[in-house]
Design a binder for this molecule. Structure first.
Ligand code: C2E
Ligand code: CA
Ligand code: CA
Ligand code: CA
Length: 273
């Protein structure tokens, strides 16, 4: 920190103060967000590479706070920091299961729910999962849980126990943001999951050589008997490229943005019949 003039230090401190105040306001807001019904889920389709038909739908959380839309990239880390993620995660899981149980698509379509590693590792997660399944009546095979690759940094025995308990219920598991963390191949092998979700940075850097990483990931996934998903498909070129590399499922703005339930139904009727 440079102390060239009193003014610059003053401005610097004021900026920190403002951002702390902002965080405090968001924290207070988050605490009441469920009761005030400020959360909604939007749903983004995942399609098969083969025929671009709907395969699953990812639930993504939205927060409308004091007339502003706050992004999950901002409030999820904050909720993890202050412990509210548990309560929020329960709300998300229940809402997503209830919505999915009521979908009327021609084929059974899975709902894919993001689960914070903090929530997964907390005692009682499996009870929460069972309650969401029971109260919604959703077929467990239609529920996927997206867990970020950072889970491999946690207590291995505990993670394996949780994963096995999830799998025993026939719920499927996707490893999210794959390639951004530090998981080793042996760690990957020790877990019984169903899908690897290739992080969108690799899709968006295809021109800069990340296709090698994607190709390698597809090979590893096949070796482990799981499917690959690519997120962040924005152009027809992305789609063609990833199909050619053998990725099984695709997701991104090119197919559909995250949609309200009503818009999801419209999208389905226009694209899948
Ligand atoms: P994520 O799980 O990796 O979700 C993918 C993000 O990429 C979403 O951002 C989605 O809207 C965005 N996206 C989808 N297609 C495209 C595309 O073609 N191009 C680009 N540039 N972006 C695309 P979103 O909804 O803002 O969510 C951000 C992150 O917040 C998520 O990343 C996830 O880590 C977290 N998150 C969202 N909802 C939940 C939730 O219910 N629970 C938890 N624990 N985390 C959540
Ligand atoms: Ca995700
Ligand atoms: Ca992701
Ligand atoms: Ca992400």
């Amino acid at each position: 920190q440079k102390r060239t003039s009193r003014g610059s230090v003053g401005v610097f401190n004021a900026a920190i103060y403002e951002s702390l105040k902002e965080e405090q306001a968001l924290h207070e807001g988050l605490r009441q967000a469920i009761a005030k019904r400020e959360f909604t889920l939007v749903y983004q389709p995942l399609v098969t590479s083969e025929d671009e038909k709907l395969w699953a739908v990812e639930a993504l959380l939205r927060w409308q706070f004091g007339g502003r839309a706050i992004g999950p990239d901002v409030f999820i880390p904050l909720a993890e920091k202050c412990g509210l993620i548990h309560e929020i995660g329960i709300w998300v899981l229940h809402r997503a299961c209830i919505d999915a149980a009521q979908w009327q698509f021609d084929e059974p379509v899975a709902v894919s729910v993001n689960v914070s590693v903090i929530q997964l590792m907390a005692d009682g997660f499996i009870k929460i999962l069972d309650r969401a399944l029971a109260s919604s009546g959703l077929n467990p095979e239609r529920l996927h849980l997206e867990i970020t690759e950072s889970v491999f940094a946690k207590n291995k025995e505990k993670v394996i126990r949780e994963v096995n308990a999830i799998k025993a219920r026939k719920v499927q598991i996707s490893i999210d943001d794959f390639g951004t963390g530090f998981s080793s191949l042996s760690q990957l092998q020790s877990l019984n999951f169903d899908h690897i979700k290739i992080d969108r940075t690799f899709v968006q850097n295809l021109e800069e050589g990340s296709d090698t990483i994607i190709r390698a990931t597809v090979l590893i996934a096949r070796e482990f008997g799981c499917k690959t998903i690519a997120e962040g498909i924005e152009t027809p070129e992305h789609a063609a490229h990833l199909k050619a590399m053998g990725v099984d499922y695709l997701q991104g703005y090119y197919y559909a943005k995250p949609l309200s339930l009503t818009d999801l139904l419209h999208w389905y009727n226009n694209n899948n019949r």
